[in-house]
Design a protein around this ligand. Structure first.
Ligand code: PRE
Length: 302
């Protein structure tokens, strides 16, 4: 049976995502996102489930940084989960002076805490479930957690459906070592990370290679390379699958412009968005053009 590492401990949103992305595999909690990905790199796990993007707080930077470092990994599936929180305390707690959670979770309940727990200090923990552990151990007074966390820890629910922004979502990835890719479905996402050189227009050139091929971006994030101040890596997600001629053509152009390019996977999109392809940018347009050049080279012109 395969082993799936996930950003834990038990009761995180990521555990729920891992259950949605797998079917009966053994789930192994990891304390941090880099640890979950390291388990795949070392062979201790066959895949890892990690958060990548939240609709309120944006990119999960620990995931971006870990995916751009060490041995390459590729995303093979994704899931979108609705995000709202429960507030848990030890039974009998009367005064709440500290509220613990993952920084992304704290940022999504800031107004609620100000309005409902005035004067309580937010404290960052490694995950929402780690906050529940810390509250159970008496370290903090309240934890902002996934609704399911109360099933795992001896705490009681003080509030449910807590969220400053209704209908918030987090996207999670299932990540493996490079190997066989998922089949294209017509509604796919491809992800890359490119360390563009620090010169005028470098990022614009990369984005232009996608734009001129009619490829729609779905996300763009920048993270420092950590080597030289002002140098960034760009994480670019776009519609389409590397198996498609138009996406292959774009990736070849990006690789030509940027030697420091890492492919992070092509997989079906969880949001069901069909890939919109512009006029003259369909896969047949690319294969027709290649065939035409081949015929010209042979001295014939179709
Ligand atoms: O701590 C958790 O429960 C997680 O799975 C992490 C995480 C995140 O990284 O954004 C996932 C979803 C919520 O947005 C809050 C926290």
């Amino acid at each position: 049976m395969s082993r799936i590492a996930y950003f834990g401990p038990q009761g995180t949103f990521t555990e729920q995502a891992a259950r949605r992305l797998t079917s009966g595999e053994e789930l192994i909690p990891a304390e941090t996102i880099p640890a979950a990905l390291a388990a795949v790199r070392s062979g201790a796990a066959d895949a890892a489930c990690v958060p990548i993007e939240n609709s309120v707080e944006g990119a999960v930077t620990a995931t971006l940084d870990s995916l751009s470092e060490a041995e390459p990994l590729v995303a093979v599936a994704e899931v979108l989960l609705p995000v709202h929180f429960s507030v848990l305390t030890r039974p009998g707690t009367t005064e709440i002076r500290t509220v613990a959670s993952h920084p992304h979770a704290l940022a999504q309940v800031r107004h609620w805490v100000e309005a409902n727990l005035p004067g309580a200090h937010p404290v960052a923990t490694s995950s929402t479930a780690a906050a529940a552990v810390a509250v159970a151990e008496g370290e903090f007074d309240a934890a902002v957690t996934a609704p399911v966390a109360v099933e795992h820890y001896p705490l009681e629910v003080r509030a449910t459906e807590v969220a400053d922004v209704r209908d918030a979502k987090t996207r999670f990835l299932l990540v493996r070592a490079p190997g066989e890719l998922p089949e294209p479905t017509g509604a796919d996402r491809t992800s890359i990370v490119a360390a563009a050189t620090n010169r005028t227009g470098a990022l614009a050139e990369l984005l232009t290679e996608l734009a001129v091929r009619g490829i729609n971006l779905t996300k763009l994030d920048a993270r420092p390379t950590r080597n030289n101040f002002g140098e960034y890596r760009f994480f670019i997600d776009f519609e389409g699958h590397v198996a498609e001629p138009r996406i292959g053509d774009a990736l070849a152009a990006l690789r030509r412009r940027c030697r420091n390019l890492r492919f992070l996977g092509s997989h079906p999109r969880a949001d069901d968005g069909k890939t919109e392809i512009e006029l003259d940018a369909a896969n047949e347009d690319f294969t027709d053009a290649i065939d035409w050049v081949a015929s010209v080279r042979k001295g014939a012109q179709a």
